[in-house]
Design a protein around this ligand. Structure first.
Ligand code: 26A
Length: 351
């Protein structure tokens, strides 16, 4: 397919449909879930999805962390700026995902699996906590051949920023490294999100393989702590952890590394590598939101990343890009799940 438009941003990860409901302690206990977590489903979790739909009035919402980020970035950027890549099934759920992305103006280049259904993420909300349990199904079948196909790779080549969700480290490391290598070879921007504590703990080796390519790495405080523990950093200080990440060896030395750690309602910590090898850290307060305006925080981190990435694509400075992230996170928190308000609101400087 010939590509039109001026696609500047490529995002890669798992397209998922969220099956989200307000739950309770008993439900968490029934499936052995922690109140605030993200895990891969095992056999014992597979009834959760039907349970949520039948007994908890669950809603179906477009999800997949980096797909939420891509929708968020496209929400801000001019039409035809972002493309999302991942693997889905040939079913109703992938149709729903495609429609939601189209509404946000996001182009998707899905790989369609012949056998497996579209992946699902069960989201159990209790208070301000969310427990996510993902059955990847078709998303787990992503293959580098799809990325390297002429139609998709031509989009990769015209883009200047790549954003990869760390969750994809459980799926297709060669595809992630292909984007990373392309970025380093052409002095493009490569960003990775840490995604979840379990990625930092149990997918340490593939995560470390991508580290030299990180121009930007984005995570939250629980992911930073999990990283510090699995890498023996011997600290629980978020600024120290961000500094350690900024100092890791880097492939493309033409770009300094920037580390962004969000902390819920606490200030966002940013660490930037300086040309002399030292690291500067900064703190950015989040945009205040009143309790009554909060719908749920599922997807707030993805929305932050979406706003931030949009800022980077537009060549904004770091302060503005962080502010755009805080702005979009605030908008998303007011919506159900990882969604953005329509009619569109536009970013007009610090709120
Ligand atoms: C591989 N795993 C576990 C996952 C995910 C995921 N997206 C990709 N891969 N587990 C949860 N999510 C998504 O995270 C969003 C909230 O940050 C959910 O689909 C949800 O939309």
């Amino acid at each position: 397919m010939a590509s039109t438009g001026n696609f500047e941003l490529i995002c890669l990860e798992n397209p998922l449909l969220d099956i989200q409901a307000v739950g309770n302690e008993a439900l968490l206990e029934k499936y052995g879930l922690k109140a605030n977590d993200a895990i891969l489903a095992e056999d014992k979790h597979l009834d959760l999805y039907e349970d949520l739909l039948q007994n908890y009035d669950a809603k179906l919402i477009a999800g997949g962390a980096a797909q939420n980020t891509a929708r968020g970035a496209q929400y801000i950027l001019p039409p035809n700026s972002a493309v999302f890549i991942g693997s889905v099934g040939k079913d109703k759920y992938s149709e729903t995902l495609k429609e939601t992305c189209a509404k946000a103006g996001l182009r998707v280049e899905y790989r369609y699996d012949d056998k497996l259904p579209t992946g699902r993420c069960g989201v159990v909300i209790t208070g301000h906590n969310r427990s996510m349990c993902t059955d990847l199904s078709a998303a787990n079948a992503y293959q580098i051949d799809h990325l390297k196909s002429e139609a998709v790779w031509s989009l990769v080549q015209q883009a200047k920023v790549f954003y990869v969700g760390g969750y994809h480290l459980t799926v297709c490391v060669p595809a992630i490294l292909a984007l990373a290598e392309e970025a380093a070879a052409s002095n493009k921007i490569f960003m990775l999100s840490l995604s979840a504590p379990f990625i930092c703990q149990f997918f340490k080796d593939p995560l470390d393989q991508t580290a030299p390519y990180w121009d930007y790495v984005i995570g939250n405080e629980t992911e930073a702590l999990a990283y510090a523990e699995s890498h023996g950093l011997n600290t629980t200080d978020i600024k120290e952890i961000a500094t350690a990440l900024a100092k890791l060896p880097k492939k493309n030395t033409a770009r300094p590394r920037t580390v962004i750690i969000t902390q819920g309602t606490d200030p966002t910590i940013v660490a930037v590598q300086k040309p002399d090898g030292s690291v500067e850290t900064k703190e950015y307060p989040v945009h205040a939101i009143s309790e009554s305006e909060i719908n749920d925080t599922n997807g707030a981190g993805d929305a932050f990343a979406g706003g931030f990435v949009a800022g980077i694509v537009q060549g904004k400075n770091l302060d503005t890009a962080v502010d755009m992230g805080q702005w979009l996170a605030k908008l998303s928190i007011k919506e159900l799940g990882p969604s953005y308000p329509f009619p569109k609101q536009s970013y007009s400087g610090s709120a």
